[in-house]
Design a protein around this ligand. Structure first.
Ligand code: 13P
Ligand code: SF4
Length: 303
């Protein structure tokens, strides 16, 4: 039996569902029940009847799935698949910042640990950050927005609202430079340029649209354009090509890879199901508090 068949067999036996983030290796995306963005996957997982979630992504994403489905077993096939941006802020560091701004409301990007989420009033994703600020925080005098200074800067500029920032950023997205986009535009002059909001301001300026990963997938499907320059982690191109075989996708910079996302391999997925490891565990008091910041987000987005 091949590795894919073994995974499928075990998945059935254990009543498991496999989720893969848009940046996962192509072969991992291909065996997943669902491929999507950081929060969308967890929300979908909470709706399934599966007992086990194998989360092919980075640690904070698997934690978010656990927060939304505490009764399910959530596995991450490599416990060292972390997000360096999420690791740039600790709960203690945030508590210190909150002490300096006791009246401020605190919003965290979903790219944070459960411990950090537990210190926040609200959570957001790149797909809804702008909407969240507009709906929940526009009239607040002081708002702390952590940890991504570029996502916060993007929203700040769009809504003309200042935030108290954290010096966090994504080491993969800062590799993409305006010069890379310029170069690709010269070769593909009719292509539309899509970049992630985690990119620095000058890169966003050089693009036609700044979007989340799921936003990019939606945008491309709906667009009449045939060619796209993609300014984000290159793993997403596999999904874009699969879903749009008649369109052409060019990475803005082909070295924009997230080494942590690539730690998940088919071997590790199989091992994870065989050994039921690594299980995500979150202390109950942290899980409850972190869950509130995510619940608040879903409440504000309902309409
Ligand atoms: P998305 O929520 O847009 O998938 O982004 C997650 C991420 O880690 C981007 O680097
Ligand atoms: Fe974290 Fe950046 Fe990797 Fe996304 S691409 S998981 S933000 S390091």
């Amino acid at each position: 039996m091949g590795i894919v068949e073994k995974i499928q067999k075990l998945k059935k036996e254990k009543n498991a569902v496999i989720l893969a983030h848009n940046y996962q290796l192509p072969e991992v995306q291909d065996i997943a029940d669902l491929t999507g963005d950081s929060l969308g996957l967890s929300v979908e997982a909470s709706k399934t009847k599966a007992d086990v979630i194998v989360f092919c992504g980075v640690h904070f994403m698997a934690e978010t799935a656990k927060i939304l489905s505490p009764q399910k077993t959530v596995l991450i096939p490599d416990k060292n698949a972390g997000c360096p941006m999420a690791d740039m802020i600790t709960a203690e560091g945030l508590r210190e910042l909150k002490k300096k701004h006791p009246k401020a409301k605190v919003m965290c990007y979903v790219n944070t640990s459960a411990e950090v989420k537990a210190e926040c009033d609200l959570c957001c994703t790149s797909a809804n950050a702008e909407k969240m600020v507009e709906r929940a925080l526009k009239n607040e005098e002081e708002v702390i927005f952590v940890p991504d200074k570029y996502l916060a800067g993007y929203v700040s500029k769009k809504l003309n609202k200042n935030f108290i920032l954290w010096d966090g950023y994504c080491p993969t997205h800062v590799k993409i430079l305006p010069g890379h986009i310029q170069k690709q535009k010269e070769v593909h002059p009719t292509a539309e340029v899509l970049v992630h909001m985690e990119c620095p301001e000058e890169v966003v300026k050089a693009a036609d649209h700044a979007l989340s990963t799921e936003g990019m997938c939606r945008h491309v499907k709906a667009s009449r354009k045939k060619e796209f320059i993609i300014g984000t982690e290159i793993g997403i191109i596999h999904r874009l090509k699969n879903e749009n075989p008649d369109k052409v996708f060019v990475p803005a910079y082909d070295e924009a890879t997230c080494p942590n996302m690539k730690k998940i391999t088919l071997d590790k997925v199989l091992w994870s199901l065989e050994e039921m490891r690594y299980q995500i565990e979150i202390p109950d008091n942290i899980l409850q508090r972190a869950s509130k910041s995510i619940q608040k987000m879903t409440e504000y987005l309902m309409d």
